[in-house]
Design a protein around this ligand. Structure first.
Ligand code: DOR
Length: 431
């Protein structure tokens, strides 16, 4: 099977390429990059006036399977991924049951293969059932396909357990990923603590709830020398702590989400839960710090924290409605909106080169011999209509907004799985 991506502007930071180039993929791998490559016997993807990049990798999604398939399935989540321009996703272990055994992880991998859309990389739990007590079997989880470990939103309370976990997994290259929120400092917060929460009389989570766990986990990383990744950074102090740690040689990387770099904590006047998320949307000074940190290189990754929920669930009272919303299908546009003047090479680095390196997964470059995963995107304005999402989660604070960038085509292992607004599972792709 041959696929030719023709006529686009190829941006591959790993090779230092930013030029008009065709990309030829054969049997799942890149076999040539050049001008006017021969299209005979190839499926041609027209990338005229578009950017061609190594396949985007979202290292933070929630696919809800097993256990919460009314919110999302691996099939619907990976359809959303490829429609949003992502060739790969790494899925968090907060499923039911959690991704804490080889059998469950193998089943996720198998279902992703059946779906035949994006590559799916499970993230294994750090503790069994994410309960913070007993360590998960990291080596078995790694053998079953896990690429990283995290207890996701169930931040382990016990630093001794976390330290033991990092030591036990020390011979694995797998990064530990921290969702940093101190449950006691957070309490029953529904939003950020600040002027808006006080005015509305709602309980807010202070930035401190994030900062203390970032500090703790980075110190554990320094002590154990385990590679560590801080998920969805949302405060200025977290960024300072990350810089402080890096200056001391701690192997730490970090990510942002589209919502934290676009929105503020001023979206709760109607007491609705549409913008309720963990960690919460913050004040302008934090958003400013996050934006600056993208420009100055502190932030390594653009993730989504795609967290689909049913519309009925999000319509509940703010105090009980679940946290999060869909992110895969707005991410390219959301990031382009927040960073209109970010060089495209940096945009691609944050969405592909860096996540591939941090997770140690295929891709991140289109060098000859690498995997044939490609994201084609363009600066074409479009208006978000969440009802049209492939994701089962039809909720996003970006709904109704006009965004400046969108996915044009997504190719996974040489198969065109998204083009002309249509999602095409691999086995339906014409030869
Ligand atoms: O808002 C969030 N929702 N943040 C998380 O970390 C978890 C996620 C979910 O699973 O719904």
């Amino acid at each position: 099977m041959k696929t030719l991506v023709r006529g686009g502007r190829l941006i591959d930071p790993a090779q230092g390429i930013d030029a008009q180039r065709d990309v030829l993929i054969e049997n799942g791998f890149v076999v040539a990059i050049g001008e006017h490559l021969d299209a005979s016997h190839a499926r041609v993807v027209d990338a005229t006036n578009a950017v061609v990049a190594p396949g985007f990798i979202d290292m933070h999604v929630h696919l809800r399977e097993p256990g919460q398939t009314h919110k999302e399935t691996i099939a619907s989540g990976t359809a959303a991924a490829v429609a949003g321009g992502f060739a790969s996703v790494a899925c968090m272990p907060n499923t039911e049951p959690a991704l804490d055994s080889a059998a469950i992880v193998s089943e996720v991998v198998r279902r992703a293969e059946i779906a035949g859309l994006a590559r799916v990389y499970p993230i294994g739990a750090i503790t069994k059932a994410r309960a913070g007590i007993e360590l998960a079997p990291y080596h078995l989880l790694a053998d079953a396909g896990c690429v990283a470990f995290s207890d996701d939103g169930a931040t382990p309370r016990n630093a001794r357990i976390l330290r033991n976990a990092a030591r036990y997994a020390s011979d694995l290259p797998h990064v530990f990923i921290s969702h940093c929120e101190d449950a006691d400092l957070k309490g029953d917060a529904v939003m950020n603590e600040g002027g808006p929460s006080m005015r509305l009389g709602l309980e807010g989570a202070p930035g401190l709830a994030e900062d203390v766990i970032v500090a703790r986990d980075l110190l554990v990383a320094a002590d154990t020398r385990k590679a560590w990744h801080i998920a969805h950074v949302s405060t200025a102090t977290s960024l300072d702590l990350i810089r402080w740690s890096r200056a001391r040689g701690v192997p730490v990387t970090c990510e942002v989400t589209p919502h934290h770099v676009v929105f503020l904590d001023d979206r709760f006047d109607d007491y609705r839960a549409d913008s309720k998320v963990s960690p919460p949307l913050r004040a302008a000074s934090d958003r400013e710090a996050l934006r600056n940190a993208v420009y100055d290189g502190t932030i390594d990754v653009f993730a989504t924290d795609h967290a689909p929920h049913g519309l009925d669930e999000k319509a509940q009272l703010l105090s009980v409605a679940p946290v999060g919303f869909s992110g895969l299908e707005i991410a390219l546009g959301g990031y382009a909106l927040a960073f209109p003047d970010l060089p495209l090479a940096r945009f691609v680095t944050l969405l592909s080169t860096n996540p591939a390196r941090i997770l140690g997964v295929p891709g991140g470059t289109l060098a000859v011999g690498s995997c044939g995963d490609v994201s084609v995107f363009a600066d074409r304005a479009w208006t978000v209509d969440a009802r049209l999402f492939r994701s089962k989660g039809k909720n996003t604070p970006f709904d109704g907004m006009t965004l400046p960038r969108r996915a044009i085509a997504t190719i996974v292992e040489g198969a065109v799985v998204f083009e002309h607004g249509r999602v095409l599972p691999r086995d339906e792709v014409p030869a």
